[in-house]
Design a protein around this ligand. Structure first.
Ligand code: ACO
Length: 441
């Protein structure tokens, strides 16, 4: 009698049968290793480039059902958090597993607020970048450099040390982000004002020109806070995987976060919001949309509809729904971003087109967020920085989970080797007549 919670596998090369245990809904890839033709074979592996069907960890932080368009942080639906919570409360939830009571949020806010300043040498270091350096390049290098200022961060197995580094990273990220902004516009860096909210402090470091108190419109402050909530975590995406892979070698969290920022920088990930605005500007008018859609559908054009499609969501991204509504609230204060007309029409046409329907391509979080960022007065190349600030919380929650996991091991995938079989070294004379091989670029 075969146990019910197993998968029966027959290797037709050998005729052997195997019973692979099912754990939860899954099998463990390592259980396939016993499948061999000869006793000294390595054993069977799964081949899964880009991890399209491989769970690389167990996690209790964020749940996504991509087919149904569901996103939950620690069990709480994103729509409820966006409506009722605040970014720091959500940060606490992601990091500690539950929503805080009054005393807990006060302590958490106090900690985040008192770690906002950076060492003066960080400022000098940042001044060394070219005037037109991309803010994401500055951000990732500066966050990496923080590890040299906090050598105690290497103590990743000390709970108290981890906690301090987490506060430092969440608190300093807006400061460094704002400095990158001021660097480009050639204005003096503005120091944090710890009497303001997380978002208002960030905005004053960006906007403040003269001395005196900075005040922000509460609708805009709330809008950015909601955007931060929506971007705080998204389970095992590209940048979080980078954070976990680097963290698995027990590198300090500043180095691991720098790696995560680098992953986020790419246009297929966090860089997409910048790309969406460039695309909308290139389309220019509603009349040009059908022609653009034709280009997107032509595989030879290499053109994608930026802000559309997602590895996990095969339904409307729930964050995009919230952001679309938020956009109109922001425009009520800032005036309408004219590109919204093109974006809504583009979405309407795409969602009725067979190409997008068949492939289940819907707007993702980046489709509308850039329009809000632009209305708030941010430059396009700063958009991904605005994503990195809140996502730092998710990266840290996932890193903390990784480090405290019993039996945690260094990440080390396998490969399917496709190169040359063993061969003997040739002298340069023996290599005569060999074709010049160019590197693939
Ligand atoms: N425009 C046109 N076609 C698309 C798009 C798009 N935006 N996205 C996917 N497709 C097509 C693919 O060409 C493919 O077609 P095929 O089956 O005929 O070959 C099919 O849809 C499936 O797409 P994949 O590339 O297999 O999807 P994958 O999961 O690998 O990629 C990704 C997901 C990278 C997000 C992709 O949809 C994309 O490039 N989107 C545009 C960039 C973007 O908006 N990125 C932000 C994602 S959200 C975030 O990271 C925060």
């Amino acid at each position: 009698m075969v146990a019910k919670d197993t998968l029966s596998v027959t290797d037709n090369r050998t005729g052997k049968n195997y019973e692979i245990p099912i754990v939860g809904e899954n099998i463990r890839a390592i259980d396939l290793r016993q499948i061999k033709v000869k006793p000294d074979d390595f054993g069977m592996m799964t081949y899964d480039p880009a991890y399209t069907n491989t769970a690389s960890c167990e996690s209790a932080v964020t749940f996504i059902d991509g087919d149904k368009g569901i996103l939950e942080y620690r069990g709480y639906p994103i729509e409820q958090l966006a409506e009722k919570s605040t970014f720091l409360e959500v940060a606490y939830l992601l990091l500690k597993g539950d929503l805080p009571n009054d005393a807990q949020i006060d302590e958490f806010t106090h900690q985040v607020t008192t770690h906002t300043f950076v060492h003066e040498n960080i400022k000098k270091f940042m001044e060394g970048f070219r005037y037109d350096a991309h803010p994401m390049g500055i951000l990732l290098s500066t966050v990496g450099a923080l590890s040299t200022f906090y050598p105690d961060a290497k103590d990743v197995h000390d709970e108290r040390s981890r906690e301090i580094q987490i506060y430092r990273l969440i608190a300093k990220m807006p400061t460094i982000a704002a400095f990158t902004y001021r660097h480009f516009v050639g204005l003096p860096y503005v120091y944090p004002d710890n009497g303001l909210s997380y978002v208002a402090n960030f905005l004053q470091m960006i906007r403040k020109i003269a001395l005196g108190k900075y005040s922000v419109d509460p609708i805009l402050e709330r809008a950015l806070d909601v955007l931060f909530i929506l971007h705080a975590d998204h389970e095992q995406n590209c940048s979080t995987t980078a954070m976990r892979v680097v963290g698995s070698s027990h590198a300090d969290p500043f180095s691991a976060t720098a790696a995560a920022i680098a992953a986020l920088y790419g246009p297929l990930h966090g860089g997409a919001n910048e790309a969406v605005l460039k695309m909308l500007a290139e389309i220019g008018s509603k009349d040009s949309i059908p022609e653009y859609i034709r280009k997107v559908k032509d595989k030879n054009s290499g053109v994608k509809l930026m802000g559309f499609g997602h590895r996990v969501y095969k339904n409307y991204d729930p964050r995009a729904k919230v952001i679309k509504t938020l956009a109109h609230q922001v425009f009520s204060v800032t005036g309408k971003n004219p590109l919204i007309e093109i974006a809504t029409e583009l979405e309407r046409i795409a969602l009725e087109d067979d190409y997008f329907v068949e492939r289940k391509l819907y707007p993702n979080v980046d489709f509308y967020s850039g329009l809000i960022y632009e209305a708030l007065g941010f430059r396009k190349d700063f958009f991904t920085v605005l994503f990195a600030i809140p996502r730092t919380v998710g990266w840290l929650a996932q890193w903390q989970e990784l480090i405290t996991e019993p039996g945690q091991k260094i990440a080390r995938p396998r490969q399917v080797f496709t190169g040359s079989p063993r061969r003997d070294y040739k002298t340069t004379n023996e290599r005569v007549g060999q074709e010049l091989k160019r590197m693939k670029v």
